[in-house]
Structure formats: C-alpha cells, structure tokens
Design a binder for this molecule. Structure first.
Ligand code: AMP
Length: 216
C-alpha cells in the first residue's frame, strides 16, 4: 500500500507517519527529513537548499523528485511507502504518479489532514524533536521529559527546527496554500482523497487514518 499524507506544516504528518511505520511494515519517505540530512552532512545540494528552507520556501521540483526517485529505486522490500511532505506541487504529483507506474505500483490513498491555521501556529512554535530518534514533543501538550532524556530513546539531544519560527511559518503556510493545496482537488478528482480531522487527539487521528486505509 502506498499513501500520501497531505496537509500544511504542523498538521501532524510526521507523527502519524511514524505511527504507521511502527504498526505496518511501511517506509516513511519525508523529503523534509532528506533535505535536512543533506544539510547536516554538508553536501553541495544541502548547502544550496539551506537558505530556501530556512526562509520557508519550497526547494525546486527537480531536487525533491530526484530524492524520491533515488529512494524508490533503492527498493528496500517495504510493504509500501508513506509519502510525507511530498508531493507539494502539481508537477511533483505528476512525477510521483509516473514513478509509481514505472514500478508497476499504485497510489492507494491520499490522506488530507485538516487543521485550523491558528492551531498550526501554536503547534509549530511549541514543537521540538529528538535529534536522535525523531520523537516529536510539544511544550504544552507533550513536554520534553523533566529528566532531560527522550522518552523513546533516552537521548538528551532536544532540537528545534530553524524554520519553526513565526516568520518562516507564515511563508510555509503561504507556500502551502499557493502551491500545495491544489493537490486536494487533484486527488479528489482522481478519487484517491480521504480527509481526516487533524486536530483530534493523536490516537483518534491514527484511528481515522486506519479507517480511511481499510476503505481504500
Ligand atoms: P517539512 O519537513 O516537510 O516541513 O519540510 C521542510 C522544508 O523542506 C520545506 O519548508 C521546504 O523548504 C523543503 N521541502 C520539503 N519537502 C519539499 C517538497 N516536496 N518540495 C519542495 N520543498 C520541500
């Protein structure tokens, strides 16, 4: 089964993707994580995209499609892929359709995670993650443990993303509405879309996603 998690920054795509990875033998393909890894390892591409990402703009279709192509060609024996943060433009959506078709695969479901914009700003400005395992925390609803250690892996590396500030977030939201939200109509027309309430509790969102996948 191959699925896309679609939604604005802070909708909970990464959190739900991690749950799906734990519960099913699926692989999460997050272009945001791939780009951050390229920056950390200091590749030429990583250096090229750093300023664009920090400002909250989209990097080029060519770069992200190339990253996804590489991962799909690597064929890791997964029982399916969760595309998290990809596609974000109509050109990326067309390219993904072609890549999957070339592999004899289908897109099974596109899950749109709907959230209110005020809630996004509150969520993102309170967000931190574990630099080692990626566990997501929120200063208000799930604070970093008082003993200073990640509850999932025990690491002390609490990190905040450079683009998780209010200015970058406004740009990221604008990019979402201008470039990514047309994908809701695109996948609705292809009869691939299911929408869930992304503001419900983490477990309730997971339950809604499971129901949407069993109906696909
Ligand atoms: P994310 O972790 O998904 O919020 O992505 C962080 C940043 O990486 C975005 O604000 C963009 O600058 C860049 N990025 C991630 N995925 C894509 C994509 N599919 N297309 C273009 N830029 C992307």
């Amino acid at each position: 089964m191959n699925i896309i998690l679609l939604g604005p920054p802070g909708a909970g795509k990464g959190t739900q993707a991690r749950k799906l990875v734990d519960e099913r033998n699926m692989v999460q393909l997050s272009t945001g994580d791939m780009l951050r890894a390229a920056r950390t390892s200091g590749t030429e591409m990583g250096q090229k995209v750093a300023a664009v990402m920090d400002a909250g703009n989209l990097v080029t279709d060519e770069i992200v499609i190339g990253l996804i192509r590489e991962q799909l060609e690597a064929d890791n024996g997964a029982d399916g892929y969760i595309f998290d943060g990809f596609p974000r433009t109509l050109a990326q959506a067309d390219a993904l359709g072609e890549l999957l078709a070339d592999m004899g695969e289908n897109l099974d479901r596109v899950i749109e995670m709907q959230v209110d914009d005020d809630a996004l700003v509150a969520r993102i400005t309170a967000r931190s993650t574990c630099g080692d395992c990626g566990e997501v925390y929120n200063d208000n609803t799930k604070p970093w443990p008082a003993d200073g250690k990640c509850s999932n892996c025990g690491s002390t590396d609490q990190t905040r993303r450079a683009d998780d500030n209010e200015d970058s977030l406004r740009t990221r939201l604008l990019a979402y509405y201008k470039q990514t939200s047309p994908l809701v109509g695109y996948y609705y027309a292809k009869d691939d879309l299911a929408s869930v309430d992304g503001l419900a509790s983490m477990d309730d969102v997971a339950q809604s996603i499971s129901s949407a996948l069993s109906n696909s």
